[in-house]
Write a protein that binds this ligand. Structure first.
Ligand SMILES: NC(=O)c1ccc[n+]([C@@H]2O[C@H](COP(=O)([O-])OP(=O)(O)OC[C@H]3O[C@@H](n4cnc5c(N)ncnc54)[C@H](O)[C@@H]3O)[C@@H](O)[C@H]2O)c1
Length: 254
């Protein structure tokens, strides 16, 4: 089945990351107009997008800077007034056991994975409200929002908060025909996760053990979730987290 996104203009943060490459390729192929942001400088970014064969406009943006988020969002809407989907995709963490994680480091992870998404939401929702148009905000969460995991308490808590934030915004904005959802990936075979998996036998054994389907997520499976949620097939999906994690987030006894 082919999905047609030719009436979608999609703004995306963290758009030059490992999973984003696959999302962009899928959305572009489906005919969406793409407006990408990332903290990578514009010249380098445009080179990457050209290498990926993705047609997109680009704005440099550090999502943890609330002033920049508003400025860039406003500039993106001024140039692309038809933006009707926004993907808060930037996020990530390293491994920092709570006992040795400084408060500064903890705060930075929360800011990147949760607070920055509220900056994006504020800026995008203001645009849609001012223009009195419908919109769809989609955040990228993680399967660990629902299960504890050693060494990443700030990240886990941030993603859990993000999912509940999305549900609350969905409730508050439904009367304006603005929807808010999340995609929640599992262990994805892309980027740094793939690198660690390929080189660290302990991590590899753990990932294989916690994936009931016996495999990690392909980045294409995550891109497919975005294709679906961005499309008219999902027009009545609101306040939902679509977990695409090969079962990794299922509670297991023993
Ligand atoms: N990789 C996984 O296995 C996995 C699993 C579950 C959820 N996720 C989530 O998926 C999303 C993407 O993950 P990924 O592994 O592809 O990421 P990645 O590390 O490959 O890419 C992150 C991107 O964000 C950009 N970035 C970093 N700091 C930024 C900032 N302050 N402002 C703007 N951009 C910034 C980087 O330049 C990079 O392009 C994240 O939200 C992550 O939490 C990933």
């Amino acid at each position: 089945m082919s999905i047609d996104l030719s009436d979608k203009t999609i703004l995306l943060t963290g758009g030059l990351g490992a999973i984003a490459e696959f999302i962009l390729k899928a959305l572009d192929k489906a005919g969406a107009t793409l407006v990408i942001t990332d903290r990578i400088a514009e010249a380098e970014a445009r080179k990457m997008l050209a290498q990926w064969g993705v047609r997109a406009d680009y704005f440099e943006l550090d999502v943890t800077d609330p002033v920049a988020v508003t400025r860039v969002t406003d500039a993106a809407f001024a140039k692309h007034p038809g933006i009707n989907v926004a993907l808060g995709h930037a996020g990530g963490t390293g491994v920092f056991p709570f006992e040795t994680c400084t408060q500064e480091n903890f705060d930075a992870i929360v800011k990147f994975n949760f607070t920055a998404q509220t900056y994006l939401a504020r800026a995008v929702l203001a645009q849609w409200r001012e223009r009195e148009c419908a919109g769809h905000l989609i955040f990228t969460s993680s399967f660990v929002s629902q299960i504890p995991m050693e060494g990443i308490s700030a990240y886990v808590a941030s993603k859990a908060a993000l999912e509940m934030f999305a549900r609350n915004l969905a409730l508050e904005y439904a009367k304006h025909q603005i929807r808010v959802n999340c995609v929640s990936p599992g262990n994805v075979a892309a980027g740094s996760s793939k690198l660690i998996y390929d080189n660290d036998p302990v991590y590899r054994a753990w990932v294989d053990r916690v994936s009931p389907l016996g495999k990690r997520n392909s980045p294409e499976s995550i891109a497919n979730a975005f294709l679906y949620l961005c499309s008219h097939l999902a027009d009545e999906v609101d306040g939902f987290t679509l977990r695409v994690d090969a079962g990794a987030g299922l509670p297991k006894l023993g």
